[in-house]
Design a protein around this ligand. Structure first.
Ligand SMILES: [Cu+2]
Length: 489
């Protein structure tokens, strides 16, 4: 389903005024306010309304962390314990997953695997030590196909030990919503089995930071770090910035060898992140479009609004900020334990049969009676047995074969991994269209696979516990594309 902005294209001046008054610096005070109290946070999850469309258009009932969409920025220090008391004011149980953080298994927030869901009215206290500086995010891991689509996500930033040499730090949480003309979410299509078997729930309204048009203010001469997060249920997005020359400096929260984007777009599968750094060379008054270009026509989703810089501009020349490595352990690929994960099913290559909850069922029964469409190694949904068991510290290579007609965004919990190989060998999934093969593969926690591709990922299984490995397209996961592995201490 193509999405457009036609249903809310209206009064740009209104948006501009509203955003100048309310939103331009909305991100900054929040993080500053948290700084003094960085080891303890509270999150109240509750129904709220959000102005996803233009002012004057109906508001959208959503579910939000602290009643906001996206939730507040959670800012943490690397290596320092963080407590987050989460209270559930929703009419259904929930959990919070801290996506990209390699933390204790009991804090991973996976309902039914690492914790019981937080019931309505209950509070659960998460406590963990984030090991990796970078751009991460948090979101519901209970009925994600509904709860994330209702707005339950927010940015999680772990600051580097040494401040990175930029003048401004911005976040963009991108999402596509399926809204009705009356502004309400299209609830009737939650859990739609047909969509589970196809490309998932695609929205008709694109928002950045919960706004149909996001205006981010920058000053001329500044160096900006922009953190992009794809929060959509299923849509693969591609972003391009006009009027700046960005460098890609991190993917999925982990630094990469800096790479000039030129006019190429950054591609983000659901859950993936990219950090960009650029200098604002445009003059005050310029509005630089932020476009989502995955469709046939580029869609302008927001602007960088350039204002006059009254301070002295810091001269940095061509020197780029260097993000320090988080020091992830390198897998010993040659001697690694090797496992295969065969992904099957979905529209056009429907399952003939597969095992669901220990029983072999035909594809029609799986779809009609259980809403399932996908299998991994012939098993639908979280298997009774893990995909593999590893001893803590063992190197592991998982060969994922996408034998389906659909792309998938495969996410590993509790670990980042290296993409060791990809067939057909076009390039590593560097998230940049048309990029050359880089010398070294980036660390990732979510990898995009095209139909018929085979991707080998490698990592050191160093985090004890039971961990999910699943497609992050929420409907695919709900439709069966989820398994798990365990690491024994
Ligand atoms: Cu998928």
């Amino acid at each position: 389903m193509p999405y457009t902005k036609s249903i809310m294209r209206a009064n740009r001046r209104q948006i501009l005024q509203a955003s100048l008054a309310l939103t331009v610096f909305a991100w900054l005070p929040k993080s500053v306010a948290k700084a003094a109290d960085e080891t303890a946070h509270r999150l109240d999850i509750r129904p709220a309304t959000a102005e996803l469309l233009d002012s004057g258009k109906p508001k959208t009932p959503v579910w939000g962390y602290d009643g906001q969409v996206p939730g507040p920025i959670l800012r943490m220090k690397r290596g320092r314990r963080t407590l987050i008391a989460v209270t559930n004011h929703l009419p259904q149980p929930t959990t919070v997953h801290w996506h990209g953080l390699r933390i204790d298994n009991a804090m991973d927030g996976v309902s039914g695997l690492t914790q019981s869901p937080i019931e309505p009215g209950e509070t659960f206290e998460y406590s963990f030590v984030p090991p990796d500086a970078g751009t991460h995010w948090y979101h519901s891991h209970q009925r994600g196909w509904e709860q994330v689509a209702r707005g339950l996500y927010g940015p999680l930033i772990v600051d580097e030990d040494e401040p990175v040499d930029v003048d401004r730090d911005l976040v963009i949480m991108a999402d596509d919503w399926r809204l009705q003309e009356d502004g309400r979410l299209h609830e009737a299509s939650f859990g739609n089995v047909g969509e589970r078997a196809h490309g998932g729930r695609l929205g008709n309204v694109l928002t950045l930071n919960g706004k149909a048009y996001e205006y981010l203010q920058v000053l001329s001469g500044e160096r900006v770090r922009l953190r992009l997060v794809n929060c959509a249920n299923a849509r693969i997005m591609q972003f391009r910035l006009a009027g700046v020359a960005p460098w890609l400096v991190a993917l999925d929260g982990q630094p990469v060898a800096a790479m000039r984007l030129g006019d190429r777009a950054v591609r983000l599968a659901p859950a993936q992140r990219a950090d960009l750094v650029f200098d604002v060379t445009a003059k005050a008054g310029a509005e630089l479009a932020i476009s989502e270009v995955s469709g046939q026509k580029p869609l302008v989703a927001g602007y960088l609004q350039v204002a006059e810089n009254e301070d002295t501009v810091k001269q940095r020349g061509d020197a780029l900020p260097v993000l320090s490595e988080n020091g992830l352990p390198m897998p010993d690929v040659k001697n690694a334990r090797f496992f295969e994960l065969n992904m099957t099913g979905g529209a056009m290559r429907f399952l003939k049969s597969a095992v669901y909850k220990g029983k072999s069922l035909d594809g029609r029964t799986l779809a009609q009676d259980h809403g399932k469409a996908w299998a991994m190694n012939g098993i639908v949904g979280t298997a009774l047995e893990p995909l593999f068991s590893a001893l803590q510290g063992e190197s592991v290579v998982v060969r994922m074969k996408n034998d389906t007609a659909w792309p998938h965004a495969m996410h590993v919990h509790g670990h980042h991994f290296l993409e060791i190989a990809r067939k057909p060998a076009k390039s590593f999934d560097y998230s940049v269209s048309g990029s050359a093969l880089p010398e070294t593969a980036p660390w990732r926690d979510t990898v995009l696979m095209q139909p018929d591709e085979v991707v080998d990922i490698g990592f050191v299984a160093d985090n004890p516990g039971s961990w999910l490995l699943h497609c992050h397209m929420m409907e695919h996961m709900a439709g069966g594309m989820v398994t798990w592995f365990e690491v024994h201490a």
